[in-house]
Design a protein around this ligand. Structure first.
Ligand code: ZN
Length: 299
């Protein structure tokens, strides 16, 4: 069914990248700047991520010999150094997720660049290298984002949803590998219920969310696609939901033929195929539009 199937390493049927967006209370502060200091229950809900879920996840991944990708805002890197150290001790990948969960496409072009560079500065200071991967907070990738990310030396993005396999984003200044995800694999719409985030989803049972994740995986496996889970430690790191995550990993491992990889490993695989001339990704030029399209205006 795929128009441009990608060869995965060692003949794997599909690739699985389990990724975690460790937002902690960054977004709570950004979205409620005048009152987040007084939202103590929501602080406790979101800080569960770095304080409780991350040590649990690090232990789980070590036991299973797995490494995963954690997209983290610069402010969280500064605020929760013990969580960062624990992730790095497990050789997990850390990629950038804004500075304080700002939404780039709600900012001026100048402000977007300011927060991006502040996030990079924090990443470099605490982790010692420049970030290679990016996911826009709230998937809020702007029409300026691609040029900024290329300018800052990023290697891949995982914010967009335009294909079933990796593709390439082209800008007048260069290219970036895109590792697409999908809202069905995000835990937020299944579980997130919090007035302070203006998100009041009816809370799904982990079994129900797990069914959705598994259906997406079965089709990725059948057709040779990329499966990117977008989960949050303070959401899917809680007991019953993490049990469902473990069950899903067991199911994937039992099925076999799955390449479990970090996002950077997948992007490197794509680049190696391009360099060897064995596979070419589909390409999309961005931005699609510089301004609202003329058809929106009355004649
Ligand atoms: Zn996030």
């Amino acid at each position: 069914m795929l128009a441009n199937p990608i060869p995965w390493p060692d003949g794997a049927r599909c690739a699985v990248a389990i990724t975690w967006d460790m937002d902690a209370d960054s977004g709570l502060n950004w979205y409620n700047p005048d009152r987040a200091d007084n939202l103590v229950a929501s602080q406790s809900q979101t800080r569960y991520g770095p304080l409780i879920a991350i040590p649990r996840l690090v232990k789980l991944l070590k036991e299973r010999g797995m490494r995963q990708t954690f997209f983290i805002p610069g402010w969280c890197i500064e605020t929760y150094p013990a969580a960062i150290d624990a992730l790095l001790s497990g050789d997990n990948e850390i990629a950038l997720h804004g500075y304080i969960h700002e939404r780039p496409n709600e900012l001026s072009a100048e402000d977007e660049l300011y927060w991006l560079q502040r996030g990079i500065e924090s990443f470099r200071k605490h982790i010692g290298v420049r970030p290679r991967g990016w996911r826009a907070p709230s998937f809020a990738f702007s029409k300026h984002s691609l040029g900024y990310l290329i300018g800052e030396g990023f290697f891949y993005d995982s914010s967009l949803m335009g294909d079933d396999v990796p593709y390439r984003l082209r800008h007048e200044s260069g290219t970036l590998i895109e590792l697409p995800c999908d809202m069905a694999l995000d835990d937020w719409p299944h579980y997130m219920h919090n007035r302070d985030f203006r998100t009041m989803m009816p809370i799904a049972s982990p079994r129900r969310a797990g069914e959705v994740f598994r259906a997406e995986f079965d089709s990725a496996w059948r057709h040779g696609a990329l499966w990117v889970g977008v989960w949050h430690p303070f959401v899917s790191g809680r007991l019953s939901k993490l049990d469902a995550v473990v069950d899903l990993i067991d199911y994937m491992q039992a099925k076999g033929g799955v390449w479990f990889a970090t996002c950077e490993e997948i992007a490197r695989h794509v680049q190696a195929l391009i360099d060897a001339g064995t596979w070419q990704p589909r390409e999309e030029r961005l931005p699609l539009y510089d301004s609202p399209i003329p058809a929106l205006k009355k004649r």
